[in-house]
Design a protein around this ligand. Sequence first.
Ligand SMILES: O=P(O)(O)OC[C@H]1O[C@H](OP(=O)(O)OP(=O)(O)O)[C@H](O)[C@@H]1O
Ligand SMILES: O=c1[nH]c(=O)c2nc[nH]c2[nH]1
Ligand SMILES: [Mg+2]
Length: 159
Amino acid sequence: MSEAAYNKGFPVSWEQMHRDARALAWRLLEKGPFKGIVAITRGGLVPAAIIARELDIRLIDTVCVRSYSDKTRGDLEWLKDIKGDGTDMLIIDDLVDTGKTAKAVREKLPHAHFATVYAKPLGREIVDSFVTEVSQDTWIYFPWDMELSVNAPISERVR
Ligand SMILES: O=P(O)(O)OC[C@H]1O[C@H](OP(=O)(O)OP(=O)(O)O)[C@H](O)[C@@H]1O
Ligand SMILES: O=c1[nH]c(=O)c2nc[nH]c2[nH]1
Ligand SMILES: [Mg+2]
């Protein structure tokens, strides 16, 4: 297990996720057509649904892997595999960080187009398309991992 140093936070709202996934769909329009989407669970599920709607794709499959527990990276655990080599398929994940998940899925589906909404420097070369890059020491907080809560006024926080 290893835990990278994440010094910064990048919170993403539902609205921003919708906007960024749609921006990715615009980029993917000229890379297709794709006969189906492979979503990498769980983070790829929401962007895959948005992109499937925008690109009118009805065939959606999954590869199920787990690599992080909280912010600690463990060994890649395969829970569900997929058949084929990825020809004419679009792989969607929420982000690429170290690139280990993307590399493993790419090995299974070498002919697919791999797209993520967000990318960090170590992983960006492994994916074919992404929308927004953040620094390697940034942890991205997704809307499904957050809830509205009350925060203290700034004046109280600097006392
Ligand atoms: O580039 P890497 O360093 O491999 O990290 C990126 C992967 O880590 C996260 O998934 P995670 O395994 O935490 O599971 P989740 O999608 O269910 O949250 C994220 O959704 C990517 O799939
Ligand atoms: O929610 C997440 N945010 C991240 O920045 C990240 N990197 C790997 N896995 C991640 N999960
Ligand atoms: Mg994931």
